[in-house]
Design a binder for this molecule. Structure first.
Ligand code: NDP
Length: 449
């Protein structure tokens, strides 16, 4: 058995016992770094794989909070401080009932390599709670955020571990988390990014992941003599990433025709009405069903009435952008996209495509832009926010946008160079994995055991 297979067995047995999503993420990375290990066998002596797939620390804590009727609730909170070889731990916080150690370990593991790919000096982490923000009042959200921070604040710090947003954690929640940290420590340390502008947040942070996704895709397509301009695009999700991806697609002249949420999908063949979408999802925090009631050109398909994946992937398109959640685009949906002549898949969410889906895209020569690269704009601008905070500096939206475009373009060039070096053609997923792995492994070796 070779070294990588051996490490995979260890992962399957010890690290991931029962953690199927975490193992999926490990398997995807380890499979694609084979050419790197073959070319650099010295990493075997350092037993680098076994070390890199094991989280440094897994923190679990209890969160007790009071609802508006003074009833006491208990939730589970977690932080996976996975790897800090390149810099302090950095990664978002997710509030969703599906949060568990398996999901967070997969997200933290992915975050290590994504952060490394940006070329910035940050490690990888992820955290969250199995709390459902849906249907909660502002007051209840605030109380939960305060209880979350109180239970866990002594494990973080601006040089130790810096939090951020993710599913269910936007500017409002980040503001409350930050406020509570400040109260508890009497400091204004930048222990969380994606802050509201009023608290020192970066001008372009809320839009950075979605905008960065489109910049990355456009750079890649231009390199191939193509463009998104005038092309039909399908997007899943209707949260932070999806909304800003739709906004930027319009800016560059593309036609985004779908969006979705946990209850169903909207297809609006004339193009998604962005103002209406923002009103429903950001202001009212309501279901997309309202969109179809307002807009007669749109079709609404309820998730419970649809068999097999998501209706988003039934719609013919040039480019598909999964921007909702992990494993939302499976084999069956991938086949539909291929049958409808899709040209490119660009991942806005983390690991939204299943292993079988990716294999099918690769087999059919569909360009595949992996999340680790395509959605790295968010964390890159988070580091700009940290940098502004520590220097008491301010950058305008235009300056941030310019920096974001440069970062996304550099990420693409670095990955393409890695693909060329390892004869990977346009296997950008493998190129991204090798690039990220190489940077982290080098830093680990340099620090000794
Ligand atoms: P939001 O909470 O803003 O939006 C999430 C969207 O996905 C909502 O439309 C939600 O529907 C939908 N959704 C969530 N869970 C499910 C599910 N199980 N099935 C179907 N739909 C679901 O999150 P973000 O936009 O911030 O995050 C989306 C993805 O992007 C995640 O994978 C996240 O990890 C990733 N990401 C986010 C970054 C960021 O900067 N925010 C950075 C990098 C990656 P509903 O409205 O009904 O809840």
């Amino acid at each position: 058995m070779n070294y990588i297979q051996q490490a995979m067995e260890i992962a399957r047995g010890t690290n991931c016992a029962g953690d199927t999503t975490f193992f999926q993420a490990i398997e995807e990375v380890l499979t694609s770094i084979k050419p790197f290990i073959k070319k650099n066998p010295e990493y075997i002596e350092h037993n680098i794989i076994e070390r890199i797939i094991c989280p440094n620390r897994e923190i679990r804590f209890k969160i007790e909070w009071l609802d508006d009727k003074n009833r006491i609730h208990v939730n589970n909170g977690y932080r996976i401080q996975f790897n800090n070889a390149l810099g302090p731990y950095k990664g978002g916080v997710r509030f969703h009932p599906s949060v568990n150690p398996d999901i967070l370990k997969f997200l933290a593991f992915e975050q290590i390599f994504k952060n490394a790919i940006t070329g910035l000096h940050i490690g990888g982490a992820k955290g969250g709670a199995d709390f459902d923000p849906k249907g909660k009042s502002d007051q209840e959200i605030m109380k939960f955020c305060q209880a979350f921070m109180t239970a866990f604040y002594n494990s973080i710090g601006e040089d130790i571990d810096i939090l951020g947003g993710d599913i269910g954690v936007g500017e409002r929640e980040v503001g409350y988390l930050f406020g509570q940290y400040k109260m508890l420590t009497n400091s204004y340390d930048s222990i969380i990014t994606s802050k509201p502008i009023a608290l020192g947040g970066s001008e372009g942070r809320s839009s950075a992941t979605g905008y960065g996704l489109v910049y990355f895709t456009q750079t890649l397509l231009e390199d191939m003599g193509e463009t998104l301009k005038g092309k039909i695009c399908t997007i899943s999700g209707s949260g932070n990433v999806a909304i800003h991806a739709i906004e930027k697609l319009y800016d560059i002249g593309a036609i985004p025709v779908t969006c979705s949420d946990s209850k169903g999908t909207i297809h609006d063949p004339n193009g998604i009405d962005l103002a209406l979408l923002k009103e429903i999802k950001l202001e009212q925090r309501a279901s997309l069903e309202l969109y179809a009631e307002e807009k007669k050109t749109a079709t609404y398909v309820k998730r419970e009435e649809y068999q097999g994946g998501s209706y988003v992937w039934d719609i013919p398109c040039f480019a598909a952008f999964p921007c909702a959640t992990q494993n939302e685009l499976g084999e069956e949906s991938a086949q539909k996209l291929i049958d409808n002549d899709v040209k490119i898949i660009a991942e806005g969410a983390n690991m939204p495509t299943t292993t079988q889906g990716i294999e099918l895209f690769m087999k059919n020569d569909i360009i595949f832009a992996p999340a680790k690269a395509a959605n790295a704009g968010g964390v890159a601008v988070s580091v700009l926010e940290m940098s502004q905070n520590s220097a008491f500096n301010y950058w305008s939206p235009e300056e941030i946008d310019q920096k974001l475009q440069e970062i996304m373009s550099k990420i693409y060039r670095d990955i393409k160079k890695t693909c060329d070096e390892y004869n990977l053609d346009m296997d950008l997923a493998a190129g991204a994995n090798i690039l990220g792995f190489k940077r982290v492994a080098k830093a680990m070796v340099a620090q000794g055991v």
